[in-house]
Design a protein around this ligand. Structure first.
Ligand code: HEC
Ligand code: HEC
Length: 376
């Protein structure tokens, strides 16, 4: 019993370590106490003989009702409580150019979100067509929900850019959340704004444009007022009443229907674009560090794997069979290697064709062989 409790606590610790140490990289101002580096509020990792020794377990009591785990420490909460509000609260100092963002995007995001944020294979698009035109479709949301509904993308739908900042900083890249610095996040936001043709203070975001805290606060998203009725502010309640009192806002025949409303199947307001429900396979909540592999350098298949496949295959977080996971690969190979080659080349579910590369079939097969060889 005691043993398994210890195990649980150390699992918590490992997860906290992974995220908080990544955090430390992005914010040098994290706390230090007694001259020692504090990795989180409760656990310090003293160095003995040049190596990090085991941590001191937090002494806080487990919650009495749940009987396991412990209260998150103030520093753990602080490390994750970094949302950015529309008014700029929580927005750190920093800067990054569109060009830097472009390079980072290619390296860290395009494998899933595709070139220019086009999305596909279940991964959400980060831009979809002209933001201004897309914004017009929002007005049709209730009147023509079926054919001309809004595209639910950042540029065309999100009312504030602040959400993009903290979403990227806390959640992306998907396999390594909290690994980006503030400057990198500014650069990526600048790039995503630019591919969405969003202007700041009337200025287009060309490659040299540098986004920082000051000009970030001037961003006005096209759909800032798209969410009606306006529910905040002192007139919020009144606005809401007026909106729902107007039958025009109910689409279709413009009258409120209270019974026997549907002839046949009910029509549901469907929001077009890539929806989260399209994501398949479902995300796993497991987070593991990528398995470390012995380097067989000079090996082309390994190099391709590292550059183009490891982003998804290093862990099973994306639903991909993780390289090194014998069980997962044994199960995959049950369908026969030819089928597996075929799926790698043509794609299956969250696996994009050729992993999103333009490799020849033979090369893809060689990489698959490499992945299999590393997973026996
Ligand atoms: C391994 C795949 C992967 C990589 C790499 C990745 N993402 Fe994502 N991203 C996802 C998935 C999956 C979602 C949807 C998550 C969800 O809905 O819970 C997502 C969602 C997003 C969203 C929200 C989109 C929306 O409209 O809801 C943004 C913004 C985003 N990612 C930005 C980035 C940026 C910037 C990078 C690079 C630093 C990146 N992503 C790298 C898989 C990835
Ligand atoms: C964007 C993420 C992503 C990238 C990049 C990626 N994969 Fe995959 N891969 C997946 C996912 C997810 C699956 C699991 C698909 C399923 O079975 O639902 C998968 C499955 C596979 C499989 C097993 C297919 C089967 O028959 O079950 C092979 C082989 C494979 N990938 C090879 C590759 C190779 C080779 C590359 C690089 C050239 C690569 N992958 C890059 C996400 C990715």
């Amino acid at each position: 019993m005691f043993k398994s409790y210890r195990k649980l606590v150390s699992t918590v610790a490992v997860v906290a370590l992974a995220s908080v140490s990544a955090m430390a990289a992005s914010d040098a101002s994290r706390t230090y106490a007694n001259g020692k580096k504090v990795i989180d509020g409760g656990m310090t990792y003293p160095v003995k003989n040049g190596k990090t020794s085991s941590y001191h377990v937090n002494t806080q009591k487990a919650y009495k009702d749940v009987k396991f785990g412990r209260t998150a420490t103030a520093d753990e909460i602080r490390a994750w409580d970094i949302d950015v509000m529309p008014d700029g609260t929580g927005l750190p100092e920093g800067e990054g150019s569109v060009e830097e963002g472009d390079e980072l995007y290619e390296a860290k995001c395009a494998s899933c979100h595709f070139d220019f944020g086009a999305g596909g294979a279940g991964y959400p698009a980060l831009q979809q067509g002209n933001a201004y035109e897309m914004q017009q479709t929002l007005k049709l949301q209730r009147l023509k929900p079926d054919d001309d509904g809004p595209k639910r993308n950042f540029g065309s739908y999100w009312p504030y850019a602040s959400t993009l900042f903290w979403y990227i900083q806390t959640g992306m890249p998907h396999p390594a959340p909290m690994s980006l610095t503030n400057n990198e996040t500014y650069a990526l936001v600048a790039y995503i704004l630019s591919i969405n043709e969003i202007k700041i203070d009337g200025e287009e975001l060309d490659d040299e444009y540098v986004l920082n805290r000051d000009n970030f606060l001037k961003i006005v998203m096209p759909n800032k007022d798209g969410f009606i009725p306006k529910i905040d502010g002192k007139d919020g309640l009144e606005n809401t009443r007026k909106f729902y009192d107007n039958p025009k806002n109910f689409g279709g025949n413009k009258t409120r229907c209270m019974k026997n409303c549907f002839d046949g199947e009910p029509k549901v307001a469907r929001i077009q674009g890539v929806g989260i429900s399209d994501y398949n396979p479902p995300l796993s909540s497991k987070k593991e560090k990528p398995a470390k592999k012995e380097g067989g350098s000079g090996n082309e298949a390994k190099e391709i794997y590292d550059a183009s496949c490891a982003v998804c295959h290093a862990t099973d977080a994306m639903g991909a069979p993780a390289v090194g996971d014998k069980k997962a690969w044994a199960a995959t190979l049950k369908k026969g290697i030819d089928k597996v080659y075929h799926n790698a080349i043509h794609g299956i579910n969250g696996m994009p064709p050729k992993g999103g590369t333009a490799l020849e079939d033979a090369k893809v097969k060689a990489v698959v062989d490499y992945m299999v060889s590393q997973s026996k």
